[in-house]
Design a protein around this ligand. Structure first.
Ligand code: SF4
Length: 445
């Protein structure tokens, strides 16, 4: 049963010392009750409080790790909807390796997946896990695939093998790298014994809520807590509903048996179907999705979606405010100015690069807002841009005295010229995609 803020307050020291970065013990108690703080943030909590509040301060959805160095972390979410706070741990994308594929094909596939990294808005994006499914009859195929994946990649590994003895050997090969094991049948005592006192996570498969709760309770009572839930579903609509119910039960009802990350192997009839299902489940609330097929276009689409869902809506993604060289600029090269909203920076810098010229791109501090938003908030106006340019001593770095501003804020040109004596302000194009034609039509130096 969840404790109320008042119940929790009674157990705190009530000194209002503020060491938890919250002004009062009552305020801290309310944060604890809402799962927005951790008891460890109060350095003065008594042992009695730690024991009593231990369960109350446990995250409603357990954090589970898969992999060695740079392990994938999933779970530990606290809200149903991203705008309520943020989603913390992005959905892990796993690619299936079938043991029947043969050593040569598997090795080249593993290397290709390992080498597939894309940079988008300043982040490196790549697949997170391998899902090894044992579909050949040969034990050696399974063990060889595990070794190939381990030796040629640092990604975490999920094992899918119905033979417990072979599975045991596979787990042994992966010790110290926190693998996960998909159980397709009901959790057995042997499964528990296999994973007790180890870093192996168990993915429990069930056909109903009752069945799932029964299995998680059995695992928890045996001390096995690194669990991931795989509730079988008839169709995608059914699954989205189940996912929402499981998440709501964990977050709103504090129902511990459902307080674990969710898993899905994507069964699909076509690539488009696979992408549609994966996208829907990434939004609603899967922590791990397994793709039976490796396809770069599909991965890039999912990464883009994932990046949008899992950024903190209260913190605009921003780049450092400073002067960025595009190409190999000289002191005579033209100067462009924009805001430090990541997407704006990457689009503008990319288009200047596409235009084939070298330039200085002044990225002014606009608290991560886009051009028009920053202008409307008074963060990207003549006075603030001029002050930034003086602060970074741009006049000592360049000889040109022409500066191009975004066409969307042409109205600041006079203000900027007033605040930057000696500079000519050129109003640029409204759309970044027009930069290549703009630089050809205007004399910038
Ligand atoms: S650190 Fe502990 S004692 Fe101090 S204000 Fe926070 S909850 Fe109260």
């Amino acid at each position: 049963m969840a404790l109320s803020g008042l119940d929790i307050f009674k157990l705190l020291p009530k000194t209002n010392c503020g060491d938890c970065n919250v002004p009062t013990c009552m305020a801290f108690a309310m944060k604890l009750a809402q799962k927005k703080a951790d008891l460890s943030e109060c350095p003065h909590a008594s042992e009695e409080a730690k024991v009593t509040l231990g369960a109350a301060s446990e995250p409603p959805i357990r954090l589970v790790k898969i992999g060695g160095t740079n392990a994938l972390e999933v779970g530990n979410e606290t809200v149903m909807f991203r705008h309520e706070k943020t989603f913390f741990h992005p959905t892990g994308v796993a690619i299936e390796l079938r043991t029947s594929e043969g050593e040569e094909k598997l090795l080249s596939k593993i290397k290709e997946i390992e080498g597939y990294n894309v940079e988008r808005v300043g982040e490196e994006l790549s697949a997170d896990l391998f899902f090894i499914s044992h579909d050949s009859k040969n034990k050696e195929d399974f063990l060889k695939t595990v070794v190939l994946a381990k030796e040629n990649s640092a990604k975490g590994i999920i094992l899918d093998c119905s033979d417990e003895e072979i599975l045991r050997e596979g787990i042994e090969l992966l010790k110290d790298t926190c693998p996960a094991v998909l159980l397709k049948n009901e959790l057995s005592d042997k499964n528990i014994e296999l994973t007790q006192n180890s870093d192996v996570s168990l993915i429990l498969t069930a056909k109903s809520y009752d069945d799932l709760a029964k299995q998680t309770e059995k695992a928890r009572n045996s001390g096995v807590n690194n669990l991931i839930l795989n509730l079988e579903n008839q169709n995608i609509g059914n699954q989205l509903q189940h996912n929402a119910i499981l998440r709501r039960s964990a977050l709103k009802k504090y129902f511990k048996p459902f307080g674990y990350p969710l898993f899905t192997y994507i069964h699909a009839e076509s690539e488009l179907d696979m992408l549609a299902r994966a996208s829907a489940l990434l939004c609603k609330y899967d922590s791990i999705i397994v793709l039976p097929k490796y396809d770069k276009a599909m991965l890039y689409t999912l990464f883009t979606l994932r990046q949008n869902i899992y950024t903190d809506p209260q913190k605009p993604i921003q780049v450092d405010p400073k002067v960025y060289p595009i190409g190999e600029p000289t002191p005579e090269s033209p100067v462009f100015v924009t805001t430090n909203f990541s997407l704006t920076y990457f689009i503008v810098s990319g288009e200047i690069e596409n235009s084939g010229i070298s330039a200085h791109l002044v990225v002014a501090d606009a608290e991560g807002q886009s051009v028009l938003t920053a202008w409307a908030a008074g963060k990207f106006v003549g006075e603030t841009i001029a002050k930034f340019i003086k602060d970074i001593k741009l006049e000592q770095q360049v000889k040109t005295r022409k500066i191009v501003i975004p066409g969307l804020v042409s109205q600041i040109s006079g203000d900027l010229e007033d605040n930057l004596p000696g500079w000519e302000v050129i109003v640029g194009c409204q759309e970044a995609s027009d930069i290549p034609s703009f630089v050809k039509s205007v004399k910038l130096t």
